[in-house]
Write a protein that binds this ligand. Structure first.
Ligand code: FES
Length: 143
């Protein structure tokens, strides 16, 4: 089978789809390879713990599955832990993706990073811009 059961499950029943009003961080990214876009919302408490996360994507099934899994993996974690989440870890948690779909998983990782960056910016928390180099911010989704 092309897709693992976990991929199919997260694609058919994606977790944490939607939007958070008054989110503490919003990340919007575009996939340089296919043009698909993703928006991620984070609610973060005073201890830097992600208490809620939601996403919306116009990406393909693999983008939906990886985003769904990524949101599950960062919920309840600190922003520092969320920044360490790699697309590789998400793909592994889904029992793999076909090689030509790996680029879709990058969207989830980058959306998390962009949302944390937005949180840092909003809060005035200093960071090394290098940490967020290479994220393809989305040009389509101006709020
Ligand atoms: Fe664009 Fe998968 S083909 S995110």
């Amino acid at each position: 089978m092309l897709y693992s059961e976990k991929v199919m499950d997260h694609f058919k029943n994606p977790r944490n789809v939607g939007k958070i009003d008054n989110a503490d961080g919003i990340g919007e990214v575009g996939n340089a390879k296919c043009g698909d876009i993703m928006r991620m919302y984070l609610k973060i408490d005073d201890n830097g713990v992600i208490t809620d996360v939601k996403f919306n994507t116009f990406g393909c099934g693999s983008a939906i599955a990886t985003s769904s899994m990524a949101t599950e993996m960062i919920k309840g974690k600190t922003v520092d832990q969320a920044l360490e989440l790699s697309n590789k870890a998400v793909v592994e948690a889904l029992d793999g993706l076909p090689a030509h779909k790996i680029h879709c998983s990058v969207l989830a990782e980058e959306a998390v990073k962009a949302a944390v960056k937005d949180y840092y910016d909003k809060k005035g928390i200093a960071y090394d811009p290098e940490m967020f180099a290479g994220i393809n911010s989305c040009e389509h989704c101006e709020d």
